[in-house]
Design a protein around this ligand. Structure first.
Ligand SMILES: N[C@@H]1[C@@H](O)[C@H](O)[C@@H](COP(=O)(O)O)O[C@@H]1O
Length: 245
């Protein structure tokens, strides 16, 4: 399967294009299920979605959301939890019903049970009509690190040192970054009907090169996306530069 590629000049253009895809989806289906991601990449996309909402053009009232992942050990209110992230950057600024937003519970007393509950939820209210995804420098999607089986469902992962370091910028120190997370598995992510992968900046260029020109292999989780029939990569020129052969 080929990944459709849209190259935009810079991060802002990439984000506007991504917001446009989301808005088109919710216009077509006001009850759509959106799969959402965290990290810095989708931040401006969410900002554009908030802008579109404030301009009175879209309603999220009947939209459901399913987030990809959450750190183990952080409760909803923890400043670095992905729950807080979603509220601060999107949910608090649109008319979404918070009961319709779903994020794995990092503070669940039984984490294995929480993984099963969440996978059940994906099947019950999902799968997402549209999944927004970022990509880690090592090709991780969600928190599925290299070597994750492609048939994996929601599970607990031990974060690699490189992912913890990359995410340390959001915490007071590297030690403060949790060591584990709950993430939708690769199989769970591929259940989505349509996937929108976003990448920006030169530090993502090697990953985008490998995605577009490399093999499909578990050593590079994002390559699983090539097994999905409807994936669009919106990328800026800096992240795309190495992939042009
Ligand atoms: N779990 C998230 C991923 O969902 C995200 O795609 C990735 C890239 O993050 P960023 O967009 O900040 O580069 O980082 C984190 O590890």
């Amino acid at each position: 399967m080929t990944v459709k590629v849209i190259v935009k000049e810079d991060y802002q253009e990439m984000s506007c294009a991504a917001a446009h895809v989301v808005e088109k989806k919710i216009t077509e289906n006001p009850q759509a299920v959106l799969g959402l991601a965290t990290g810095s990449t989708p931040l401006a996309t969410y900002k554009e979605m908030v802008k579109g909402y404030k301009e009175g053009e879209f309603s999220y009232r009947n939209i459901q959301t399913l987030n990809l992942d959450e750190y183990v050990g952080l409760d909803k209110k923890h400043p670095q939890s992905y729950h807080r992230f979603m509220c601060e950057h999107l949910f608090d600024h649109i008319d979404i019903d918070l009961d319709n937003t779903h994020i794995p519970r990092g503070d669940a007393p039984d984490i294995e049970q929480e993984c099963q509950r969440y996978e059940g939820l994906i099947d019950q209210i999902g799968p997402p009509d549209l999944q927004i995804l970022g990509i880690g420098r090592n090709g991780h999607i969600g928190f599925n690190e290299p070597g994750t089986p492609f048939d994996s469902t929601t599970h607990v992962v031990t974060l690699t040192e490189s992912t913890r370091k990359a995410n340390a910028r959001f915490f007071s120190s590297l030690e403060a970054v949790p060591t584990h997370s709950i993430t939708m598995g690769i199989c769970s992510i591929l259940k989505s009907k349509q996937i929108l992968l976003l990448a920006s900046g030169e530090e993502k260029a090697p990953a985008i090169d490998r995605l577009l020109n490399g093999e499909v292999e578990e050593d590079f989780p994002a390559s699983a996306l090539k097994n999905h029939p409807d994936v669009t990569l919106i990328v800026d020129e800096k992240a795309y530069q190495k992939a042009v052969k």
